[in-house]
Design a protein around this ligand. Structure first.
Ligand code: ADP
Length: 353
């Protein structure tokens, strides 16, 4: 028993989790992070459903079911996890799958969660298989199997865990194994935001940061924010700089035009690298198909950035499509770049995968 306790002690002092890692990572982002569902703009259906699930769980005096948040970066997965914890009146612990190296890292956190608390794992698609298996049992039975000792003397001890809510977030739902994804009772897809919702987010952030911005400038900025609150907030901060240095401190439409042009962002919200990706496919690969890895080498981009950041928006806006044979541009991409399209793109329709 003594050995067990000391092993548990070690687990519980594991340092891979930090309840404050977001604060450390980006204090400013945290200031802008909505705290409750009513402050979270857009995603109406998702919010309405979550409000029901939270209220019902609270009514039963139980933790919320395990929740799976899916969506491209910057759309509010971490924010929603903290909101769920706040709405449940629960403590939250946060980590990211790449930070969990060994089973003891995960066991250390799981044996440390408190009854009813929320445990958030970001990038859950990057969890190692051995850790994933430990998580299955923890999610389903609120227990973990822990092996004590080595060799023939080794034995497995079942450690009971308090009932908690796991919130897993991913940008790549397709990379999460079905045994893991099927153990989440609630699955929420977070979609890109429309311009009206982004305008509300910008207005709220400007108010919090005490930035003066004209209404037409908000509308224009919303159009160029790639449907992504994190980008809207980031651009707002940069335009504040342009307004301070080149104007009188107020963000006007002129400041937005000037600033976005200097940042290489066009009126559709596409960045230099977005256009570079489209141009490369058209000019080097005759519009595609081209494999993702070849494309990444051509544009000097990491595959994760291509798949997680650039592609989702280009696909959603209809400039790019994924086919079994690789990435292809659409006629819309040719039109955007002002390049005459000689191919009949209708005949090239690939099956989306
Ligand atoms: P993700 O975890 O999906 O990458 P985050 O939750 O970190 O995204 O969100 C990035 C930033 O965008 C947050 O700091 C927050 O201020 C803002 N944000 C995201 N979603 C919303 C929303 N629905 N309403 C208001 N602000 C939001």
């Amino acid at each position: 028993m003594e050995t067990n306790m000391s092993e548990l002690d070690v687990l519980q002092h594991s340092s891979v989790v930090s309840t404050s890692f977001q604060q450390e990572a980006d204090k400013q982002e945290n200031i802008l992070r909505p705290k409750m569902l009513c402050d979270f703009q857009g995603q109406q259906r998702l919010k309405d459903n979550l409000a029901v699930f939270v209220q019902a769980a609270r009514g039963r005096g139980e933790p919320l079911d395990h929740t799976f948040l899916i969506g491209p970066p910057g759309l509010g997965k971490t924010t929603l996890a903290t909101i769920i914890a706040n709405e449940m009146g629960a403590e939250i612990r946060m980590t990211s799958a790449p930070a969990l190296d060994k089973p003891k890292d995960l066991a250390g956190i799981l044996t440390n969660v408190t009854e009813g608390s929320v445990f958030f794992i970001d990038e859950i698609h990057r969890l190692k298989p051995a850790l994933e298996e430990m998580l299955y049992i923890a999610m389903e039975d609120f227990e973990i199997d822990w092996v004590i000792g080595q060799g023939p003397a080794a034995r497995t001890m079942r450690i009971p865990l308090p009932k908690f809510t796991l919130i897993g977030a991913t940008t790549k739902a397709g990379s999460v194994s079905s045994p893991l994804s099927s153990r989440f009772g609630i699955t929420a897809h977070i979609e890109f935001y429309n311009e009206k919702e982004l305008a509300q987010i910008i207005e709220r952030s400007a108010h919090i940061m005490d930035i003066e911005i004209a209404k037409p400038a908000i509308v224009q900025l919303a159009k160029c924010s790639r449907g992504t609150p994190r980008i809207a907030n980031r651009l707002l901060k940069r335009l504040r700089d342009f307004a301070a240095v080149m104007g009188d401190g107020k963000i006007t439409t002129e400041i937005v035009n000037h600033g976005l042009e200097r940042l290489g962002i066009d009126t559709k919200g596409l960045e230099t690298q977005d256009r570079n990706i489209l141009r490369t496919i058209i000019e080097f690969y005759d519009g595609g198909p081209v494999g993702a890895e070849t494309l990444c080498i051509s544009v000097g981009e990491a595959i994760e950035s291509l798949e997680d950041f650039y592609e989702p928006y280009l696909i959603q806006k209809g400039y790019l499509k994924r086919t079994p044979r690789g990435r292809m541009t659409t006629k819309k991409a040719y039109d955007l770049l002002g390049i005459p399209c000689k191919r009949n793109m209708d005949e090239d329709q690939g099956i989306l995968f």
